[in-house]
Write a protein that binds this ligand. Structure first.
Ligand SMILES: [Zn+2]
Length: 340
């Protein structure tokens, strides 16, 4: 039986969850950051690495990850970051996660791209059994990258395919075109490497539609602004294209107004495949169980909604079928046993 915190609010801390949208370089905890920058005070950490509750824009929000990436320029630092986030996931009772990062942002200390990905893969494979979290990696290219950089990121995804489950594009959606990146995503689809893509966050429904049409992703990161176009929502529903939604982050970047305005409940009720994610645990100063608590408080969500989102997420994950089945069975068993 689960602990009841207050009438109608469950103890989400102890219930199994799936998280598909989580940036490794946005999730460094204060103790881990202080190991990488000795003397760092909690006040400095909060000022430099936690984005304001309401940023001016996505570009403003992205200043904090830039500072965190600067700390992650050696194999030891990357290993620490992986161990740190895996411990956070275990604490948050995440049983399946896909962790993303942009390998080409970690070359300033002299590592090669292969060494960056190899280090993260090795750290993940060592940390996952200790933490009981099944996890895979997604490699990100970035909107401001060149076509060559996107193709290089795809080649890394191909080289490390297995622990690396897929490809993503992140960064400043409103400021940069998709043009340089189309070739890498079309090639990924040809190679059978699944992709997700950030869209419909800093730019509106037209950007989401363009990203879906040109990059052919199996999922969309955020997609929070899809409601601007009702025909698009119907198409997303018909295609069951999964939306990796990150409510607190969406409020921070002004992709939506207040938490209570978030479209998640409306999209779930309309039948879309949607999941709940943190985006960046440090940058957004959140954890998955805190997102669940907010959804419960604002929208009265309970077992039915949370189980549905988790099942949507594991179904849309890039895991092999046997992992999907086993995680889905564990989710069903735990969530349907909740006593309210
Ligand atoms: Zn993201």
């Amino acid at each position: 039986m689960q602990t009841i915190l207050m009438p109608g609010v469950m103890d989400f801390n102890s219930l199994p969850k799936v998280e598909l949208h989580l940036h490794l370089d946005c999730s460094l905890s204060y103790p881990a950051a202080a190991r990488l920058r000795p003397g760092l005070s909690l006040e400095q950490y909060r000022r430099d690495f936690v984005a304001p509750a309401r940023c001016q824009s996505l570009a403003h929000y992205l200043e904090a990850p830039r500072r965190m990436v600067a700390l992650l320029q050696s194999p030891a630092a990357l290993t620490l970051a992986v161990e740190d986030v895996l411990a956070q996931l275990a604490q948050d009772r995440v049983i399946y996660a896909e962790l993303r990062f942009a390998p080409l942002l970690h070359l300033e200390g002299g590592m090669s791209p292969e060494m960056v990905v190899g280090t993260v893969v090795e750290a993940l494979q060592s940390a996952t059994p200790r933490n009981g979290v099944e996890a895979r990696l997604l490699l990100c290219t970035l909107r401001h990258f060149s076509a060559e950089q996107s193709l290089a990121t795809l080649r890394l995804a191909q080289q490390f395919h297995g622990p690396v489950a897929g490809l993503d594009i992140a960064g400043d959606e409103a400021g940069f075109s998709l043009d340089p990146h189309v070739e890498a995503f079309v090639e990924a689809a040809r190679l059978g490497i699944p992709a997700t893509a950030h869209a419909g966050e800093a730019a509106g429904a037209a950007s989401l539609r363009e990203t879906w049409r040109r990059l052919r992703p199996r999922r969309i990161g955020h997609g929070v602004r899809c409601e601007e176009d009702t025909a698009l929502v119907e198409e997303l529903n018909a295609a069951q294209l999964h939306l990796e939604m990150c409510p607190t982050s969406n409020v921070q970047t002004r992709a939506c107004g207040e938490f209570a305005d978030h479209p998640l409940p409306r999209l779930l009720a309309a039948g879309l495949s949607v999941g709940i994610n943190t985006d960046g645990r440090a940058i957004s100063d959140t954890e998955l169980h805190r997102e669940y608590t907010q959804l419960c408080r604002h929208f009265g969500w309970g077992v039915r909604e949370f189980l549905a989102c988790n099942l949507h997420a594991i179904h849309a994950s890039f895991a092999p079928a046997r992992v999907k089945q086993s995680v889905a069975a564990r989710l069903r068993a735990a969530w349907t046993a909740v006593q309210l």
